[in-house]
Every structure is written in structure tokens, then in C-alpha cells.
Ligand binder design. Structure first.
Ligand code: ARG
Length: 458
């Protein structure tokens, strides 16, 4: 059944119907569509555009339709063009003439704009909860590992020692920013398009402020053409989702490296890894690889929507229907990647001894050895040169800085004393770094306290 057959003399071509229809994917907006219609009917009643009885009947029937869809007694079928037509047709089938009054002062253009905004606000809350529980996992690992030493890398080369707590803390900050991005979007998008009509408002005395507040918006959108054609918030959301995926992908990349036979920093739980059909020894990090791999489709959604929107004259154009599938796919992808990454992280085992052992190799304390000389009055540039020579000696002798004899040290510079060993020990290297943000225990504990307070807020 169509909502617009009046001026047509021929049936729509079947291919055209299928090409034009969006019900196969916008049916997931049924809750928001009905919620929006209930608010619209409530407002029409208050403004006496429809009678009190008509309003009550419409609302009751809409609630029934919603409940029947939820408990699967009413199926959303494909012969309708979109979810809006489906719900309205159901209403008219059930209550006849009164049902036909629901669409007074409304267009599918402001209706779909409203549905998407309501849907996105709900989804942002769900995504935010997922990130928050991910942050709790990071927090637990951080608390338990303030003394778990590991190499910190630059250029994927061992650089300076850090702790697992410090390394995980970097991700904590990333995902904390992701939450704040989502919350910014939710604030900025919080105006209601309902009542914008097709593009130029309506002649009925609608109370747009009232329906906006009923639906949890700060107020109505202030330009009806913008109201129906604004998709900025979707672009912002896809950008925030792309950033979340970028973070998840970086984490995945580290999980893959750390899980490799060469590193063995971690062991994935059996329930979060997979085997090979031919090589019996394999335990593969497929989940991390898939998360890394799925990042591309979320970036794709962002570029796709930016491109769709770039040439559109005001106001509504059917191109905008393309906003849905990609946004839904991006949200579903990010939600499942967040949930799985969280579980993968929470169940993985950290091989602390291997991490710590790795942190004692690779001249990771060379900067601290140079700092030792600086503390004894040598200029940093000279100290850098001296330690460079010592590193060469080590490579020659197959030793680490910690294993060189004092004699070896003194051959290169007389400034060295036997306090050098203490100065370059792993514990010293890490725990002397106590400026805020650094890996030292005191510094990390301050940050843990801040994070703890942050996690207590909602
Ligand atoms: N399915 C459409 C969309 O997603 C709904 C709005 C239809 N409006 C119209 N004038 N054809 O954008």
C-alpha cells in the first residue's frame, strides 16, 4: 500500500519499487518512528488540531503496533516502501479515518530526520556503555600491573622501559576521548526536526517546542530546510566511530605482535582464538585481525556519506536515504568490535616474565646511562657519545650494559663508578620517571586515582 498514489495513473514498475524502497533496512527504526508519531499526535491533540478522543485512539493503537512488533506478533513486510508507510498503513487499517489524521502537519522528510536522530541518540548511549566497560577492563589491568616491566617502543624498536600499566594507560586515554567525542555529538545534535514538514514548515499551529521536549530534545531546530536536510551529526558520528576503530585497530595490531611466536608477551585465551585447518600447532589471533580488518568499512562509511552529501541542493533529496545502511553497518561493526575486544583483553594472559626479560635487553637503559653521566657533570651530548661507544663494546662482547664490568666502563670514561649498576637497573629506570603521565609507580598511582574518579561518574 502507498501513501502517495493519488496523482498517479499507472502502477509503479516493480524494479522501481524495489530500488526505491528502504523498508528492508529502515525497519529497524520502528521504535523511534512510533515514538515520534506518539509525540506528534500528543502535540496535535494539545493544539486541538485533532480531538482529544482521536489523539487517545491514535496513541493507543500506535502503542499496540509497537508492542506487537516487539513480541513478534506483527511482521514488518516488504510490500511497503518504508517503515513510515508501514506504521501509518497499519494504523489506518486498524482505526480507519482517525488514523488518516496522524500525518497532519508532517512529512516523511521531517519524520525520517527525527527517526534517525532518535535512533542515533539511543545508539550513542549503547556505544558509550560499551566503551565504559572496556575502560573498566583497562583500569583493572592497569591496577594490577604498575610493576610489570616491559619495553616501550618507538619505530617498533625497543626504546625505554615502561610498565604494562603505563602502556594500557595510553589506551585508557584514547577511549576516554572517544567517549567525550560521542557525548559532544549528542549535545550538538539535540534539536528536533519534527514540524519542519517537507521543507517549509506547515500552516497548522504546531507547538514544535512541546513535541521537541516530549522527545527529549533541547528544543526545535531553527530552520525547517536545515531540519530536514541536516546529516552533519551522522558524519560526526561516523568520524567518531572511525576514530574508535582506529584505536581498536592499533590495539589489535599490538595484540597480534605480542601474540606472535617471537614476542610471546601475551597468550590469548583459547575461547578468543582460532586454529588452522592444516597446521595443528597454530593458535591464531583472528579476532584481533578481524577488528583491524573491519576498520576499513567504517572509514568507508564516513567517506561514502561525505560524498553523498557534498552535492545536494537544499533541502531533502532521496540521495539521503543512502545514509542508513552504512550508518547502521558502522554502528553494528563498532559495537561488536568493542564488545569482542573487551572480552579478548579481559581473558588474555600476560607473560610478565617474558615482558620483563625483553625489557632488560636491547640497550633499553642507554638513555638512563647517559643521564647518569649528566648527573655527574658530563654534558648530555658528550654523555650520548660515551654511551654510544659502550653500546658498541657490548655488541662486540655479546653483553648488555648491565653485564659490563666496571673496568669496561672506565676504559671509555673515568666518570663511571659502581653506582652505575643501580642507576641503570630496570626498576630505577622506570620508577625514577615520576612526572605526571610517566610510567613511575607514584605517577601511575596518581593517574589511577584520577581514572577511578572518572569511572565513578556516568
Ligand atoms: N526512506 C526515506 C529516507 O530514508 C524517507 C523519506 C522519504 N521522503 C520522500 N520525500 N520520499 O530518506
Amino acid at each position: 500500500m502507498k501513501l502517495w498514489g493519488g496523482r498517479f495513473t499507472k502502477e509503479t514498475n516493480k524494479l522501481v519499487h524495489n530500488f526505491n524502497a528502504s523498508i528492508s533496512f529502515d525497519k529497524r527504526l520502528f521504535r523511534q518512528d512510533i515514538e515520534g508519531s506518539i509525540a506528534h499526535a500528543t502535540m496535535l491533540g494539545k493544539q486541538q488540531i485533532i480531538s482529544e478522543d482521536e489523539k487517545d485512539l491514535i496513541i493507543k493503537e500506535l502503542s499496540d503496533i509497537m508492542n506487537e512488533i516487539i513480541d513478534d506478533t506483527l511482521e514488518i513486510t516488504q510490500e511497503y516502501e518504508d517503515i513510515h508507510s508501514f506504521v501509518e498503513s497499519q494504523l489506518i487499517m486498524r482505526i480507519g479515518e482517525t488514523g488518516k489524521k496522524l500525518h497532519t502537519g508532517r512529512s516523511r522528510n521531517d519524520q525520517v530526520a527525527l527517526d534517525m536522530k532518535l535512533y542515533i541518540k539511543d545508539e550513542i548511549n549503547i556505544l558509550d556503555d560499551l566503551i565504559k566497560s572496556f575502560l573498566l577492563t583497562f583500569h583493572e589491568i592497569m591496577k594490577a600491573n604498575t610493576q610489570t616491566y616491559m619495553p616501550g617502543f618507538t619505530h617498533l624498536q625497543k626504546a625505554q622501559p615502561v610498565t604494562l600499566s603505563h602502556h594500557m594507560g595510553a589506551y585508557f586515554e584514547m577511549f576516554k576521548r572517544d567517549r567525550s567525542r560521542l557525548s559532544d555529538i549528542k549535545k550538538r545534535m539535540n534539536t528536533s526536526p519534527l514540524g519542519s514538514g517537507a521543507l517549509a514548515g506547515t500552516t497548522y499551529p504546531l507547538d514544535r517546542e512541546y513535541s521537541a521536549v516530549l522527545l527529549g530534545f533541547d528544543g526545535p531546530s531553527l530552520n525547517s530546510m536545515d531540519g530536514v536536510s541536516d546529516r552533519d551529526y551522522l558524519i560526526e558520528l561516523l568520524s567518531a566511530l572511525s576514530t574508535i576503530m582506529m584505536h581498536l585497530s592499533r590495539l589489535s595490531e599490538e595484540v597480534i605482535i605480542w601474540n606472535s611466536n617471537e614476542y610471546r608477551f601475551i597468550e590469548l585465551d583459547d575461547s578468543y582464538s582460532t586454529g588452522s585447518s592444516i597446521m595443528p600447532q597454530k593458535k591464531n589471533p583472528d579476532i584481533a585481525e578481524l577488528v583491524r580488518g573491519k576498520t576499513g568499512r567504517v572509514y568507508g562509511a564516513l567517506i561514502s556519506l561525505l560524498t553523498t552529501m557534498k552535492g545536494l541542493p537544499l533541502a531533502y533529496n532521496k540521495d539521503m536515504q543512502e545514509d542508513k545502511e552504512l550508518t547502521f553497518d558502522a554502528i553494528d561493526t563498532v559495537a561488536s568490535c568493542l564488545a569482542l575486544s573487551n572480552e579478548m583483553l579481559a581473558t588474555m594472559k600476560f607473560n610478565k616474565n617474558i615482558m620483563e626479560d625483553s625489557a632488560t635487553k636491547g640497550f633499553i637503559n642507554a638513555t638512563d646511562a647517559a643521564d647518569y653521566l649528566v648527573n655527574k657533570g658530563v654534558a648530555f651530548r658528550d654523555a650520548h657519545g660515551i654511551i654510544g661507544k659502550l653500546v658498541l663494546t657490548c655488541i662486540d662482547k655479546g653483553k648488555s650494559l648491565d653485564d659490563l664490568s666496571l673496568e669496561d666502563y672506565r676504559t671509555i670514561s673515568p666518570v663511571f663508578d659502581d653506582d652505575i649498576y643501580e642507576a641503570i637497573s630496570l626498576t630505577t629506570c622506570v620508577n625514577k620517571r615520576n612526572t605526571i603521565g610517566a610510567p613511575g609507580k607514584q605517577a601511575i598511582e596518581k593517574v589511577l586515582k584520577i581514572n577511578e574518579d572518572y569511572l565513578k561518574m556516568d
